[in-house]
Write a protein that binds this ligand. Sequence first.
Ligand SMILES: NC(=O)c1ccc[n+]([C@@H]2O[C@H](COP(=O)([O-])OP(=O)(O)OC[C@H]3O[C@@H](n4cnc5c(N)ncnc54)[C@H](OP(=O)(O)O)[C@@H]3O)[C@@H](O)[C@H]2O)c1
Length: 288
Amino acid sequence: MKPTIGFIGLGLMGGPMASNLVKAGFPVTVWNRTASKAESLVKQGAKLAANPRAVALQADVLITIVSDPAALEEVLWGANGAIEGLRRGSLYIDSSTVSPDLARRVAKVCANRGVEFLDAPVTGGNWGAEKGELLYMIGGDAKAFDRAKPVLDVLGKKFFLLGPNGAGQTVKLGMNLLLALQVDAFAEALALVTASGVPAEKLMEVMQSSMARSGVLDVKAPMMVKGEFPASFPLRLMHKDVRLALELARDKGVTLPCGAAAYATYSAVLDSSKDDPDFSAVARFWKT
Ligand SMILES: NC(=O)c1ccc[n+]([C@@H]2O[C@H](COP(=O)([O-])OP(=O)(O)OC[C@H]3O[C@@H](n4cnc5c(N)ncnc54)[C@H](OP(=O)(O)O)[C@@H]3O)[C@@H](O)[C@H]2O)c1
């Protein structure tokens, strides 16, 4: 018998992840703040619950993936929140990107209720979610991870168990700081080269054959050169992740001068963008 999955958060990432679980034959109960986003999943065979608590009550394994710390606190501790519904002996996996502190707070509350908890943020974009090829950064104990693995195998292709609860979120914030800086750095170089009269394509061509090449730039540089920014990883979420990295750095007494500068650039573009662009739209900073 496959465990019953409760799934909360059907956004760019959660929608395809929940769909893959249904396709893999798991009984899945879903909830999303905007109920219309659950319609296609219900057509595929998922059950729709009335609120997060009702999802948790039915779940052997609960998965959440919502925007940010405030959203996670809302679905866990808000009206009809999931925490009150979690059953003793169940497993809870949070794949939202939030602070390591919040992950540890959730872990403590879960332990008090006899629930196993993994902080398990992901990377790989919405295409990784669609293909079931996400990379997981996990904090928690090996026993909980072993229990989660048959479910996670449907959603991801690489899994890193990084330490106790909070370690997954810590590495995720370090990773996204790195991605934010690489894309911001390419945008700066692009501004310099094009302002000097050399076409953007020339920089991209040379960069892709050089040591400056990177996985994220393989995907983002062509979009930046074209000036097209359909959201895959939205700028509002990258902005949140850089903010969380800076908050963690402040707590730990670590100075992040490049991170602070990038945060100011991402903030300016977020404030001036009327759409919901991809984070590579940081290149707009030099167009305004
Ligand atoms: N997109 C990516 O490429 C990517 C990659 C790796 C990690 N992540 C992380 O994964 C998480 C989800 O990202 P996403 O791209 O799926 O974001 P998204 O498309 O914006 O979806 C966000 C989800 O959070 C829900 N939500 C937001 N505020 C809420 C609240 N106050 N109460 C209840 N639900 C709330 C949204 O509900 P509504 O539908 O009602 O708005 C939606 O289900 C984020 O932490 C993000 O940083 C994203």
